[in-house]
Ligand binder design. Structure first.
Ligand code: HPA
Length: 275
């Protein structure tokens, strides 16, 4: 058996033992500063990443590093409380390992969240942005021998973010009076933030927000045949001019994400109820 696949099944078997016979079909990955969204979960089991075979360790600020199993709005869910980033030095295999493990456990829908810099000038700090498509500047996580038991060699990416889930989220936001943007997320490897010239370039090629994560997990989730929904917190506005403002500061990112966590929680709770 492919060594990568063996590790995935080992991790999945370990988690299965912790949660008894339950079979959640929804996964939720929480990004920078958004760990508190997990307070919407009626917790059954918390499994620290450090205990799961072959899981990496979450080192990024604002990433707790737990797999939480429980219910949200009466639906069983797995919550990845914190992710692994390429900029931490992890391979794409490690970054996307948790998504493969969720697929092996039977998860069919993956909801992903992150904090991102706003390029679109109509965005404000604290806005939520539904990801309707992405542009990647990161290595592709499907590089290497194809894992046939998960999916095909060449996967279609014309409809990556599930249109029905987007529609539902828009309906919910309308009803809950949550201001919602909808745009294109550009994934940069990081860990340096963008230069103003890079930010202008990204805006020109059609990006609305820029971050350092999420896209590898989304590509792998699509490879596994999952439905995907993504939402970013606009934690800061990208600096398009070479003025002296230091717009991209890590602490601001965490504070803004924390402040938006409640809206995010409302949106995701209703969305999970509707899945
Ligand atoms: N750039 C890249 N990643 C980010 C940003 C940003 O401005 N804000 C939060 N994550």
């Amino acid at each position: 058996m492919d060594e990568r696949v063996r590790k995935i099944h080992e991790a999945a078997a370990f988690i299965r033992e912790q949660i008894g016979g339950s079979k959640p079909e929804i996964g939720l990955e929480l990004g920078s500063g958004l760990g508190k969204v997990a307070s919407a979960v009626t917790i059954d089991t918390i499994v620290p990443y450090t205990e799961i075979p072959h899981f990496a360790r979450a080192t990024a600020p604002g990433h707790e590093g737990n797999l939480v199993f429980g219910t949200i709005a009466g639906r069983q869910v797995f919550v990845l409380q914190g992710r692994f980033h390429y900029y931490e030095g992890y391979s794409m295999e490690q970054v996307t390992f948790p998504v493969r493990v969720l697929a092996a456990l039977g998860v069919k829908t993956l909801l992903v969240t992150n904090a991102a810099g706003g390029l679109n000038r109509s965005y404000a700090t604290g806005d939520l942005m539904i990801i309707r498509d992405h542009i990647s500047r990161m290595p592709n996580p499907l590089t290497g021998p194809n894992m046939d038991e998960f999916g095909e060699r060449f996967i279609d990416m014309t409809v990556t973010y599930d249109p029905d889930l987007i529609k539902q989220a828009e309906r919910i936001a309308d009803h809950e009076m949550i201001k919602l943007q909808k745009g294109i997320y550009l994934a940069n490897p990081g860990p340096s933030f963008e230069t103003p010239a890079e930010s202008r370039f990204y805006l020109t090629i059609g990006a609305d927000a820029v971050g350092m994560s999420t896209v590898p997990e989304v590509i792998v989730a699509r490879h596994c045949g999952m439905r995907v929904f993504g939402v970013s917190v606009i934690s800061n506005l990208s600096n398009l001019d070479n003025d002296n403002n230091v717009a991209s500061v890590g602490d601001d990112v965490l504070q803004a994400a924390d402040a938006a966590a409640e809206k995010m929680q409302t949106l995701l709770t209703h969305l999970i109820a509707a899945i």
